[in-house]
Design a protein around this ligand. Structure first.
Ligand code: SF4
Ligand SMILES: [Zn+2]
Length: 201
């Protein structure tokens, strides 16, 4: 859904959640950014990935995704999901008779998978395997923008390996300052867990 769409429903009984939509932000409101023309070209895929990334940060994303599923919305990106994803989730909801909470979990899982995709692609494209399990970053830039977010190479590598954004500084623990093998990286949480285990044992 794009809340600027005239297809959106608003009644006296429905709080107008669309007013909180990130796609109403200046620069996006009234544009076709949530409606890539296809999936074949790189430009379309990047546009879809960018729209989904904005949706995932949107305060009403879950409401929007549920709304689009219920309405069988066939066009564009809505609630961080494209039309194929919505069809597939709808089929699963029907087949497994999922509750709203279970449906919300399925939606969140689809978001998480999407969020990882571009990161994994960038990680694989930008690194090369070294000896002794070390991995080297090929690029020279200190930060990279992927799906609308900015990462240092270490932050990106950490998130790919651990499935979550790092807390605090990401440090290399293998003694190689420029290594981005994710199993050689720690953040504040991993560091604390290691310290805690060491003290407990
Ligand atoms: S989830 Fe996406 S499409 Fe839905 S309201 Fe938010 S930004 Fe718009
Ligand atoms: Zn290493």
């Amino acid at each position: 859904m794009n809340p600027s769409s005239t297809r959106a429903i608003s009644t006296d009984h429905t709080p107008d959640w669309r007013l909180q939509a990130d796609c109403r932000r200046p620069g996006y409101f009234g544009t076709d950014h949530w409606f890539p023309t296809g999936t074949k070209t790189r430009k379309d895929r990047e546009q879809a990935a960018d729209a989904k990334a904005i949706c995932r940060e949107c305060p009403v994303a879950l409401h929007c995704a549920t709304w689009a599923l219920r309405r069988r919305e066939e066009d564009g990106i809505a609630g961080g999901l494209d039309a194929d994803q919505r069809r597939s989730i709808r089929r699963r909801v029907m087949k497994e008779q999922l509750s709203s909470e279970q449906t919300a979990d399925v939606i969140r899982a689809a978001w998480a998978k999407d969020a990882q995709g571009p990161l994994v692609d960038t990680y694989l494209r930008s690194t090369r395997q070294g000896n002794d399990g070390h991995v080297w970053w090929r690029g020279l830039k200190s930060s990279y923008t992927v799906a609308g977010r900015v990462f240092t190479p270490r932050q990106l590598a950490f998130e790919v390996g651990h499935g979550r954004a790092p807390h605090g500084q990401v440090k290399s623990i293998c003694g190689e300052q420029f290594c981005v093998a994710y199993e050689h990286l720690t953040d504040g949480v991993v560091h604390w867990q290691r310290e805690h285990l060491a003290t407990a044992s």
